[in-house]
Design a protein around this ligand. Sequence first.
Ligand code: PEP
Ligand code: MN
Length: 284
Amino acid sequence: MTGEGKMNACKLALRQEKAHQTIIEVPGPASAPVMIGQGYFTLIAGPCAVENRDDYLELAVRLKNGGLHILRGGAFKPRTSPYSFSGLGIEGLDILSEARSVTGLPVITELMDIRNLDAVCCHADIIQVGSRNMQNYALLKELGRVKMPVMLKRGLSATIEEWLLAAEYILEAGNQRVMLCERGIRTFETATRNTLDINAIPLVKTLSHLPVFVDPSHGSGIRSLVSPVAKAALIAGADGVMVEVHQNPAEALSDGQQSLNPDEFNQLSQELRKIAGYEKRVFL
Ligand code: PEP
Ligand code: MN
């Protein structure tokens, strides 16, 4: 059976006809909205976690000057060990807000706990649901009731059908502004942190009308792989990439080994812009 035949349980996430594609306009603080889906290629980048105000603001401005469309930064971090840095919490959200007004870029941040929903809605433009929460159905249903775009990352061991059904929870509860993010899955391979499922990009683009992003940072776990995998994602049809960037990756409090430095990011951004041109994609 092909991938297409297996998705019978999905309804709203599926493409109704060939031309059916969701386009998401993210207003943000600047006058022109950022566009996601339907021929656009959208660049999201920033550190895994917001660590302090001054470094974050400086990095945000450098990334904006490098062609960034949407700024990322974790304030609530899901960490495997309870002893690892788990983000600045509400203070991190305040720093995100400031970066948003300084750069004019919309921001995306992860929501882990429904009790922080209002705070995240006030400070961010897109809510990220992390891999570990892809099947947190209470959280997904709640996000179906908000008027904010949601990025749903693929669960560590989720099949494509389970991932689309998770999106279905948000859509069914009334929020149509859902984008997906392939971030690698668990396989027998241990040379990389996760195995990025490149097949998922064209397959999900065929099955679903929802925009599909790729996260080459968590998808590989290795800095030198991030740029080649990001370019592969564009060619495979992804609507954008989300990349971790840190001003000094060796000193990062989380995920430094998979973070680009700002110069590496700017180089990647230029290369993606060129490839987007060949692919007849709109890179604003
Ligand atoms: C992240 O984007 O920093 C993150 C924690 O990603 P994931 O949920 O894919 O592990
Ligand atoms: Mn991370």
